[in-house]
Design a protein around this ligand. Structure first.
Ligand SMILES: *Cc1c(COP(=O)(O)O)cnc(C)c1O
Length: 348
């Protein structure tokens, strides 16, 4: 049988035996009545881990971000985010449809916005203009290839937000990748944001769910919006139990995924692929099809024939994501396949 290495996303990770056991044994109740002890425990653990007062278990990262936008803003506000931010790029225009907000995209450097650019995008109080209602930061930045904010960069944006009294939401779908890569505790990263959303279902390998954390007043408000969106789940402790295991035991091992991504990125660069190694900070490797007589979707199809599943986030961009389900031997296999395809398709 041919080896299949699935590098499309870290969302393809499967629950561990410990997660399956925890799910089987989970104590549950009706969480809309706040009677599910496992959900409550997960929300408390998530909040404590990120140094916030309260947490809310949501179905997905998208729901966490959207509930946060609803709770932070009013209709007609403007939300500042990076030009390729997930919340703007991949959430089906939900900021417009649900919160009734418009987006002010700000170009970042490899996905990372600087305070001066954010300052320039903040609206003056003016009868013609919308209010800037929220600054949204993505850490790690998905489309930029898993890049991380520095603590200095975050502190500068926090200071600006305080100056203008604008809340900051962090789309920290992969905040633990940022924490492991930079050596800064997740709670110290989260300190710069009023609210943080993080995914349990990506590199942490839980089957379902994200947590939104923030102040108690904010989470009370967010809980009502979650209900409005149909996210009030009943005996959700079954899936929250796997989330507990994810938070307790799957964070430190992310370093392995980062080492694999680094290996892969460097091997690709050695083979002559157009890869910006400065972006390979966590578990994502993106390369361009420059110098190849094949575009990204066609190359992804060709890779699939060779047992390597990849993504094409653009016509000329291929994405490979390392995760719990990918070992060192898989990386070596993928490098071998890419070496072969490079010879087939290179223009010079
Ligand atoms: C995956 C992701 C999300 C959304 O998470 P889902 O659970 O897929 O809805 C949000 N933001 C970023 C940066 C992501 O990578």
């Amino acid at each position: 049988m041919m080896r299949v290495v699935d590098l499309r996303s870290d969302t393809v990770t499967m629950p561990t035996p410990a997660m399956r056991q925890a799910m089987f044994q989970a104590e549950v109740g009706d969480d809309v009545y706040r009677e599910d002890p496992t959900v409550t425990a997960l929300e408390e653990l998530g909040a404590a881990t990120l140094g916030k007062e309260a947490g809310l278990y949501v179905t997905s990262g998208t729901m966490g971000n959207q509930v946060a936008a609803l709770a932070h803003t009013k209709k007609g506000d403007e939300i500042i985010c990076e030009a390729e931010a997930h919340i703007y790029y991949y959430e089906v225009a939900a900021l417009a449809c649900l919160a009734g907000a418009q987006v002010r995209p700000v170009a970042g450097d490899r996905g990372i916005m600087n305070a001066a650019a954010v300052r320039a995008a903040i609206r003056p109080r003016d009868v013609h203009q919308p209010d800037t209602g929220l600054i949204c930061l993505e850490n790690t930045h998905n489309r930029a290839g898993g890049t991380c904010y520095s603590q200095e960069g975050l502190a500068a944006i926090r200071a600006l937000a305080d100056e203008y009294n604008i809340p900051v939401h962090m789309d920290g779908a992969r905040i633990f990748n940022a924490a492991v890569a930079t050596g800064v505790a997740a709670r110290d990263i989260a300190r710069h944001a009023d609210s943080v959303q993080f995914c349990l279902s990506k590199g942490l390998a839980a089957p379902v769910g994200s947590l939104l954390v923030g102040s108690r007043a904010f989470i009370d408000k967010a809980r009502r919006f979650r209900k409005m969106l149909g996210g009030g789940m009943r005996q959700a402790g079954f899936i929250a139990a796997a989330g507990m295991v994810a938070l307790q035991s799957m964070v430190d091992r992310l370093a392995e995924d980062h080492a694999h991504a680094r290996l892969l990125g460097e091997a690709l660069a050695d083979l002559g692929y157009a890869v910006d190694l400065a972006t390979v900070q966590t578990n994502i490797v993106i390369f361009a099809t420059d110098g190849l007589k094949i575009d990204a979707p066609a190359l992804v199809a060709r890779l699939k024939d060779e047992g390597v599943k990849a993504g094409a986030p653009g016509a000329r961009r291929v994405r490979l994501v390392t995760h719990f389900g990918v070992g060192r031997a898989d990386i070596d296999y993928v490098v071998g396949v890419l070496a072969k395809l490079r010879k087939e398709y290179q223009t010079v």
